[in-house]
Design a protein around this ligand. Structure first.
Ligand SMILES: Cc1cc2nc3c(=O)[nH]c(=O)nc-3n(C[C@H](O)[C@H](O)[C@H](O)COP(=O)(O)OP(=O)(O)OC[C@H]3O[C@@H](n4cnc5c(N)ncnc54)[C@H](O)[C@@H]3O)c2cc1C
Length: 390
């Protein structure tokens, strides 16, 4: 039997009215034409402050995928999730302009999240994106290893300082911080910087975590090399393991510029690579901790099986799982019910500022084969179960 089929556990916190609303919303998202039309309309109307549209978004997509407009408001969701054994990871999803003022203010916001979250077991991690602290172009330049101009050197130093201020505070406050992974052409510089932070702050345990995208080629080799350096220099590693979110963009750029596609050739190849990462981590738990960020049931089951055969308890401190808020509750709540460490990425921010995040969720749900169908199937099953039990 599929352990993730229990919709009663998955939706225990949702009223029937909430489920009906979610069903209607995923049904809309399922239609690519409607979603594409909706995305353009949304971006325009919300940006231009049409209060009526903002109100609709607030009651639909926002309610489904976002914790609240502020951290304080989102605490209601954090507490509800925690009562059921699920942690929350605040994801500051406001996508601002790429300039120094914005980078500084996002950095301040992340530092505030650290202070707000530290010591609260309901919030087990802090997270940030490298491009929230610096322009993608500067990562690209640094990654190429070319000589930087004086002003580029100063710019990169400011990125390092932002990383360092967050990682240092996380170390002081004893809270783990995950750095998201983004486009391959900026990732080399980000990897090197995260490793630097690991070396500095992970002397006793994994405080600073990197993200590894298994849809990319050569990532297992990278993990092996990183492990070699960690052993040699005496620090611990934390990894969030994901498949990767920028496939179309990566393939297009590689074709356009004419370099080898950095993405696995097929979905199956990505899945195999993800499984190989699970194996690799299970063999090195003395040095590596992992957070499996996935909505894939098979990957989740594989980790659970490997933990069982290794004789680990479900809540082993080296292993956690995570899904996005509003998606795959059947996986999250099953794991929590079985006492695994599991958390949701919980975005927050003013409605108009999280619209890009919301439209990406809507588009991803249209394009990721099966995800919306899966959500719809589960909601339908639960609605029917409730009807028959009345
Ligand atoms: C908690 C959490 C944190 C995340 N953090 C990040 C992050 O920091 N950086 C990031 O990039 N993503 C991140 N993601 C998104 C993640 O990378 C995936 O895009 C998303 O979770 C879908 O993959 P899946 O494992 O859930 O499941 P699935 O639905 O089984 O896999 C879909 C994924 O498979 C891959 N894929 C699909 N078709 C092909 C193909 N033809 N060839 C090769 N590969 C293919 C793609 O990566 C696609 O997203 C995160 C996801 C979660 C849940």
């Amino acid at each position: 039997m599929n352990p993730f089929d229990n919709t009663e556990i998955a939706f225990a916190d949702k009223t029937t009215a909430q489920l009906q609303k979610a069903y209607w919303m995923f049904k809309m998202i399922e239609n690519p034409t409607l979603t594409n039309l909706g995305v353009s309309a949304l971006n325009f109307t919300v940006k231009n402050n049409f209060p009526f549209v903002t109100g609709i978004v607030r009651k639909t997509l926002f309610d489904q995928f976002v914790g609240g407009e502020t951290r304080e408001e989102s605490m209601k969701v954090v507490n509800t999730l925690y009562k059921r054994g699920v942690g929350s990871i605040f994801d500051y999803s406001v996508e601002g302009q790429q300039n120094e003022k914005t980078f500084d203010s996002v950095c301040q916001e992340i530092l505030d999240i650290v202070r707000f979250s530290a010591g609260n077991p309901a919030i087990p991690f802090v997270v940030f994106k490298p491009t929230a602290f610096g322009r993608i172009e500067i990562y690209d330049e640094v990654g190429k290893g070319v000589e930087l101009t004086t002003s580029q050197k100063e710019e990169w130093q400011r990125v390092i300082n932002r990383f360092d201020s967050v990682c240092k505070l996380c170390h002081e406050k004893d809270i783990r911080v995950m750095v998201d992974a983004e486009e391959s052409w900026m990732q080399g510089a980000a990897d090197a910087l995260v490793e630097q932070m690991m070396e500095k702050y992970n002397r006793d345990k994994a405080i600073v975590w990197n993200t590894i995208q298994m849809y990319r080629t050569h990532r297992l080799e990278y993990m092996e090399e990183n492990l070699g350096r960690a052993k040699e220099r005496g620090y611990f590693i934390g990894y969030k393991i994901v498949r990767g979110a920028y496939m179309e963009k990566e393939r297009e750029r590689a074709a356009e510029i004419g370099y080898p596609d950095p993405i696995q050739p097929t979905k199956q190849a990505t899945d195999n690579n993800y499984n190989a990462a699970i194996d690799f981590i299970m063999q090195h738990l003395d040095r590596i901790s992992a957070f499996f960020g996935t909505h894939n049931e098979k990957s989740t089951e594989l980790v659970m099986d490997k933990m069982r055969s290794a004789g680990l308890s479900n809540d082993d401190k080296h292993i956690s799982f995570g899904q996005l808020y509003g998606m795959s509750d059947n996986i999250t709540f099953y794991l929590a019910n079985q006492k695994y460490n599991v958390a949701k990425y919980l975005p927050y921010g003013p409605v108009k500022d999280v619209v890009p995040y919301l439209t990406r969720r809507a588009q991803e749900n249209t394009s990721v084969a099966g995800q919306t169908g899966r959500e719809l199937g589960l909601i339908k099953k639960e609605l029917e179960r409730r009807k028959n039990n009345r």
